[in-house]
Design a protein around this ligand. Structure first.
Ligand code: SF4
Ligand code: SF4
Ligand code: FES
Length: 897
């Protein structure tokens, strides 16, 4: 730390950071555009100008950009003395900016507006023509309005440099600079939605939001958690007039930082979908016509189902699963997932408990300097983590910069310095992936082969780890290269998960991380789980092996299914047989699906936006989500249907009932605090009276929230006072999401008051235990099957969102070119999976001959119908389904083609 003086005020600041972030961290205001806490400085916008004095005698000083200045001990600076320059700088920036604030969708949270006011530019002298541009169609997610551009370069630095996108960039000629695609078309990056938050103006805005736009300050919002995958990114959904309008990022430095993936940001349209179950229905038999059930009658019927088994869900909250378990009894409670999936989730928990490893959060991932990914297609199964992995390869460059006494925030200079040199990232996968462009080595191998290689790597690091025999010379050389790189790293990281459906692969990952750990120095390990609360469900199951397979074999005559379409969990024939064997089936869910259609009783349950609860992410991090709004009367939370207890009591009881659950009981602040709740509406809210002026000028009574610590009102303790409930960030003068820094202990760092959630399992193990190599068995068939995941469509709920469907496609298989030739396939042919059905196919060069990739969760094929291998033939009389969009697969899965 060093002492500096800014306008006569003595500040103690971190000399390894730049002056802009240090000034902001001290709570001072200083305008900026191009600097971003995650992306560092390039000094292009000239807005953060300050005066730096050479010494005590210097009266004049010289102009510097704060974002490009390293604080010097004892130095004097002035923000005030550079005010004229900043006003002139913004005047020139604004010359071409249109006067369209009243119709601009950035309005209400525009950083450009804020900085213009802050810099004191309030009169436009320029009356010449403005430069105009043609806008591009950029796909279903993002609007483009180039006239608003101020040429700060943030978009391209984010999209290209940070997120690795290749289809977007700056194009310039003479004094025209254009930010767009080389040619019109959908943005290919899985993280394109962040452009809307990164761009300080209204060039890039949220297209689905604009279709039902409302003023940002009139949105009712709550802190929430994304249900799109097991990362558990923190989100801030906004509602108006009973529909969910948009989702934006909510900062959590340990989970998602400043960014979301497009599935999480744009995949919540299902909440407003016509497929919603909006009333409860009952019928006397599977074939009778359903009749409407009142809330009381439906609840009484459900709670009267004595002797029923309960089938839980990895996408339902801890509280809802727990309430069902309480209702039916532990012995009658079954995880709503296959035996294999439950086993792998329990395996992950056991590894986290018993191995001397550090469960890697996003900061650990970004800080890792050698990474091995074992069989997990992270971009499609846990997208936000792949963005973090992309940053990890920059650590070699950062180290080079440190060695040369170069500041880390000098973004462009470090990229120049390191050129193509990267920290090692090794990927073992059955197909090419979206991270291959930053990988040192990509080895195409089946899950079983990757597991063998993984076990050998562990042995190469620690001779006590169980080894394998029979590796080829090429594999042995790969083992040595990877083991040496991991051993030589200061923060090695192993990433794997359930995506390959291979317990052996997870064991291999755990063995490598264990082998690398040395006393207090624990290796980082991240094991990806399939869904938002998969690990929570597994913790609730404890040692029980009550999987869906066991439920189906239980002989039960009556079953309650919680938020789960069983047809996605097991083979169609097995689920048909199970449902037909039941006399009574109750389904609680928010969207219509096949399991619900077969039920005697369907109860309309709320989505994440309308209910509250807790999910456990891939790290076992318990995070609470708060309902954003009240749905129509007939829709209730699953917890309401299943239990008489209030939510807070269920949370506490659940915390006590699971091992290591203690942290879950302390996620929400005490709402007896000053006897006030936390408002869902901003102070800037337009006013309730005006909302209903066409009906009545009398202000209606506000809805009451009986179960949480938040109010459906603008009254209460706002986030500015207590960010323990970090709802929409807003500070006077800082109306955009840039205001987050006002809530952070240091710009880019942890929030001052809000928690990060609670990671429930933290291993204290020091003993190096290893899993024995068991291998994976393969059934006979022509082609070994491996799953192919898609960010857009593979996940059940987000896949029901119209904009996600526009980016997605129907199910297909992917084959090696030689295998496609062997089967005599031409471009427009289909492939028959014997005994299953026919689907379109794609050729991918980087797939091993003899293996076939099968799309998971997409319309047209139930992956659970397949064995581990399958026989293929050319489909007779084939016609591609209308929703098959090969181009979408190619565009969204570029690396895998
Ligand atoms: S489009 Fe937005 S982020 Fe990109 S240069 Fe223009 S103003 Fe900056
Ligand atoms: S990475 Fe997962 S949790 Fe995060 S935004 Fe994407 S889908 Fe949601
Ligand atoms: S923020 Fe410093 S020059 Fe742009």
């Amino acid at each position: 730390m060093v002492k500096i003086t800014v306008d006569g005020k003595v500040l103690e600041v971190d000399e390894t950071k730049n002056l802009l972030e240090e000034i902001l961290s001290q709570g001072e205001d200083l305008p900026y555009f191009c600097w971003h806490p995650s992306m560092g400085s390039v000094g292009s916008c000239r807005q953060c100008a300050i005066i730096e004095y050479a010494n005590d005698e210097d009266e004049r000083g010289r102009l510097n950009m704060a974002c490009m200045t390293a604080p010097r001990d004892g130095a004097r600076y002035s923000i005030a003395k550079a005010a004229t320059f900043r006003a002139q700088a913004i005047e020139s920036i604004m010359i071409n900016h249109p006067h369209d604030c009243p119709v601009c969708e950035e309005g209400g949270e525009c950083h450009l507006q804020d900085m213009t006011v802050m810099s004191g530019h309030n009169y436009r002298r320029y009356d010449g023509n403005k430069k105009t541009h043609t806008n591009q169609y950029l796909g279903p997610f993002i609007n483009h309005e180039m006239n608003r551009c101020i040429t700060c370069y943030r978009c391209v630095r984010y999209y290209k440099d940070y997120a690795g996108g290749t289809d977007f960039g700056p194009q310039a000629s003479h004094d025209n600079t254009y930010f767009g695609r080389w040619q019109e078309g959908p943005l290919e990056s899985e993280f394109s939605g962040n452009l809307a938050e990164v761009c300080p103006t209204g060039v890039f805005t949220d297209k689905p939001f604009s279709k039902h736009y409302v003023r940002k300050w009139d949105l009712q919002t709550s802190p929430s958690i994304c249900v799109g995958c097991s990362v558990g990114c923190n989100i801030n959904p906004g509602e108006r007039y009973g529909t969910l309008r948009r989702v934006v990022n909510r900062f959590n430095d340990e989970v998602n930082g400043y960014f979301l993936c497009d599935r999480g940001r744009f995949g919540t349209g299902y909440v407003n979908s016509e497929d919603r179950i909006t009333v409860s229905m009952t019928r006397t038999s599977h074939t009778a016509d359903p009749v409407l059930a009142t809330t009381e009658a439906a609840r009484a019927q459900l709670q009267g189902m004595t002797g029923a088994i309960g089938i839980g869900s990895p996408r339902a909250s801890m509280e809802a699963n727990f309430a069902l378990r309480e209702m039916v009894g532990s012995d009658n409670f079954y995880a709503g997932v296959s035996a294999r999936e439950l086993g792998m989730a329990q395996q992950i928990l056991e590894i986290y408990r018993t191995r001397p490893v550090n469960i890697a959060n996003i900061k650990d991932i970004e800080a890792s300097d050698a990474v091995l990914i074992l069989g997990e297609d992270v971009t499609n199964t846990a997208a936000r983590l792949s963005l973090a992995l992309r940053q990890s390869v920059r650590n070699l460059g950062k180290q080079m910069a440190r060695d040369m006494k170069f500041p880390e925030w000098q973004d462009a200079a470090i990229r120049q310095l390191t050129m193509d040199r990267k920290s090692p990232l090794f990927i073992l996968s059955p197909h090419a992936t979206r991270l291959d462009d930053v990988a040192a080595t990509v080895h195409i191998s089946t899950a079983a082969e990757s597991a063998r290689i993984g076990f050998a790597i562990a042995t190469a690091i620690d001779g006590n780890a169980p080894g394998v025999t029979g590796l080829s010379p090429e594999e042995q050389s790969l083992v040595k290269t990877i083991a040496d790189a991991l051993k030589g790293a200061s923060q090695p990281l192993i990433v794997s998960g359930t995506g390959s459906l291979s317990p052996a692969l997870i064991d291999a990952a755990a063995n490598i991380a264990t082998a690398l750990s040395d006393g207090d120095k624990k290796a980082n390990l991240a094991l990806i789980a399939p869904e938002a609360n998969s690990l929570g469900l597994a913790m609730l199951m404890g040692e029980s092996d009550n999987s869906l397979d066991k439920a189906m074999a239980s002989g039960a005559k009556s079953a309650i299914v919680l938020e789960n379409d069983l047809y996605r969990r097991a083979s169609t024939s097995a689920i048909d047989a199970f449902i037909n064997s039941l006399d009574n089936l109750a389904v609680l869910d928010s969207l219509k699906h096949r399991t619900g259609e077969a039920a005697n009783l369907v109860l309309a349950s709320g989505t994440f936006a309308e209910t509250s609860g807790t999910y456990l992410n891939y790290e076992t991090r318990a995070q609470h989500f708060y309902s954003v709004y009240k749905p129509v009367e007939a829709i209730r939370s699953s917890v309401y249907w299943l239990s008489d207890k209030p939510l807070s009591e269920l949370t506490s009881a659940c915390a006590q009932a699971i091992s290591e659950g203690e942290g879950m009981a302390h996620l929400t602040p005490d709402h007896s605090l000053a006897n006030m709740r936390f408002p869902r509406q901003q102070h800037r809210y337009s006013g309730r009276t005006s909302m209903r002026a066409n009906i009545s000028v009398h202000e209606p009574k506000q809805e009451q929230d009986d179960e949480g610590i938040m109010s459906y009102s603008m009254e209460g303790i706002p986030a500015v006072k207590d960010a323990a409930v970090f709802n929409t960030p807003w500070v006077g003068g800082w109306n955009s999401n840039q205001s987050v820094f006002k809530f952070q202990s240091h710009t880019g760092g942890a929030l001052k008051q809000a928690g990060h959630g609670q990671v429930l399992i933290s291993s204290t193990a020091t003993d190096k235990q290893y899993s024995p190599f068991t291998g994976d068995t393969s059934e006979t068939g022509d082609y070994e099957v491996f799953p192919l995941y898609h960010l857009f469509g593979s996940e059940e709920l987000t896949g029901r969102t119209a904009t996600i469907q526009e980016k997605g496609t129907t199910a297909y298989v992917a084959l090696n070119p030689a295998d496609a030739d062997k089967l005599g396939l031409q471009e427009s042919d289909g492939v028959t999976l014997k005994g299953i059905g026919s689907v379109p196919y794609l050729v991918r060069s980087q797939i091993r001959s003899g293996t076939v990739g099968v799309a998971v969760g997409l319309e047209g094929l139930n992956f659970a119908d397949l064995d581990s291998s399958v026989s293929l033939e050319k489909a007779a009389d084939w016609q591609s389904p209308p929703q098959w969009r090969a181009a979408n697969v190619i565009a969204s899965d570029r690396g895998a083609i």
